[in-house]
Design a protein around this ligand. Structure first.
Ligand SMILES: Cc1cc2nc3c(=O)[nH]c(=O)nc-3n(C[C@H](O)[C@H](O)[C@H](O)COP(=O)(O)OP(=O)(O)OC[C@H]3O[C@@H](n4cnc5c(N)ncnc54)[C@H](O)[C@@H]3O)c2cc1C
Length: 389
């Protein structure tokens, strides 16, 4: 039997996770994308390099599908956190709030993450009264995205940089087709691109703007998130002392420029959680402005490296994962986009679901839900990761 060929549209975290697992499952895979982790500047709407990025589930206690994706994601990322060069690192994490989430006795993810426990009152920054501590993960974005691309190439995957105007161009093989032939399958991982891509134009897709402030605070390694507002602190564990502070979640907001009032507000809220980030606390260069020593936290209180804005590819009704159909050329078309604020944490789980859909559709079996798929991904950076997906 000849090996089936698949074109994956998109080189964000979703396209890369999907392409790697499809390749691991034995398909010939080509990624077609306007940009890559090596050249993010080619697409201003490329979300993946702009994330925080940590694992903090959005799944409620009864959201079984998202729980499954996030569980797979945590396992895979935690495994990768043990391997040098992946950009993934393990770190102590705290999720806190003014009070306990309503109706939540024990969160569903308590059994997934290592070292889960409720925090003691003396560990909580005032005026917060509630929190959980666990062992989480933090992702150094450029390193992780480059690692994924490198892994895909080493597995024998191909990459074509191209701007696709209409889904027909990849379905009939004009772009990305081996020797111009149409692929057996196209998986659409276009993120925000799904809104404007000809033949797809999914009007349920909308941006959710996220702004972050990247600061220097050498030696700071604690991850904080609030469950009652959009506020998080994610240290990069690469030895540079870089920490990502966030954030905002602004639906239907397209502005790509950072807003300085918003940045002030982000810093003020984060310093409430971790005053140790202040430059005068860790011994950083004093700010030219006198406010750095003032008690009231401001942008000057921290050593700002840069500001970032990304548009989370959101979708009314949640992400479209699977939804197989036959394109008029005969190519099987499958989707995987619209992951809003959880593309990193849910990415491997969604990719595994897509592998399940593709395998069942190609073998003629009726798709009836995802069964367990076991894929061994050879990471070739000092080890392999074997995860039951
Ligand atoms: C501030 C912020 C914080 C975040 N924090 C987290 C976090 O802590 N944890 C987490 O899990 N997630 C987080 N996210 C969300 C996460 O970043 C996204 O869910 C994820 O990056 C989406 O990935 P994607 O591959 O779907 O989209 P993208 O990364 O945008 O990739 C889409 C790809 O498709 C290509 N493409 C699109 N249209 C076309 C076309 N017509 N032709 C050719 N190529 C095309 C693009 O060039 C690109 O390569 C955060 C996001 C932001 C903005």
């Amino acid at each position: 039997m000849t090996t089936k060929s698949i074109t994956v549209l998109g080189a964000g975290v979703i396209g890369l996770n999907t392409a790697i697992l499809l390749r691991a499952a034995g398909f010939e895979v080509t990624i077609v994308s306007r940009c890559t982790p090596e050249h993010p500047e080619l697409d201003p709407l490329y979300t993946s390099p702009k994330a925080a990025a940590h694992w903090l589930t959005f799944a409620d206690n009864d959201d079984v599908r998202l729980q499954r994706w996030d569980t797979v994601g945590f396992r895979m990322l935690y495994e990768l956190g043990a391997i040098q060069g992946t950009g993934v690192a393990k770190q102590n994490a705290f999720v806190v709030g003014e009070k306990k989430k309503e109706g939540e006795e024990v969160p569903w993810w308590a059994e997934i993450v290592p070292d889960f426990r409720p925090m003691h009152p003396h560990e909580l920054p005032r005026p917060l009264t509630h929190g959980y501590s666990f062992h989480g993960i933090s992702i150094d974005l450029p390193v992780y995205l480059s690692f994924l691309l490198r892994t895909f190439r080493r597995m024998g995957g191909h990459v074509v940089v191209a701007d696709v105007k209409h889904i027909d161009e990849v379905c009939d093989g004009r772009i990305g087709g081996r020797e111009g032939k149409r692929p057996d399958v196209v998986v659409n991982c276009a993120g925000m691109g799904a809104l404007t891509l000809g033949g797809v134009k999914d009007t349920k897709v909308f941006p959710t703007r996220g702004q972050t402030v990247i600061v220097r605070a050498p030696g700071y390694t604690q991850q904080w998130s609030r469950h009652d507002q959009v506020c998080y602190i994610v240290p990069r564990m690469d030895g540079t002392g870089t920490v990502c502070l966030g954030g905002t979640r602004q639906a239907d907001e397209w502005a790509l420029e950072p807003d300085m009032e918003t940045a002030e507000d982000i810093v003020r809220r984060c310093l409430l959680l971790a005053p140790e980030l202040r430059r005068d606390h860790w011994g950083g260069e004093p700010s030219p402005s006198s406010s750095s020593t003032s008690k009231t936290p401001s942008l000057d209180s921290v050593d700002v490296i840069s500001h970032a804005v990304g548009l989370r590819p959101s979708r009314i009704g949640g992400p479209l994962v699977g939804a197989p159909s036959r394109h008029h050329t005969g190519t099987l078309l499958v989707h995987n986009y619209g992951h809003a604020g959880y593309g990193y944490q849910a990415g491997w789980g969604c990719a595994a679901e897509v592998v399940g859909v593709v395998v069942r559709e190609l073998s003629g079996a009726v798709f009836g839900g995802v069964e367990e798929v076991e894929v061994q991904v050879q990471m070739r950076v000092g080890g392999s990761v074997r995860v039951k997906l």
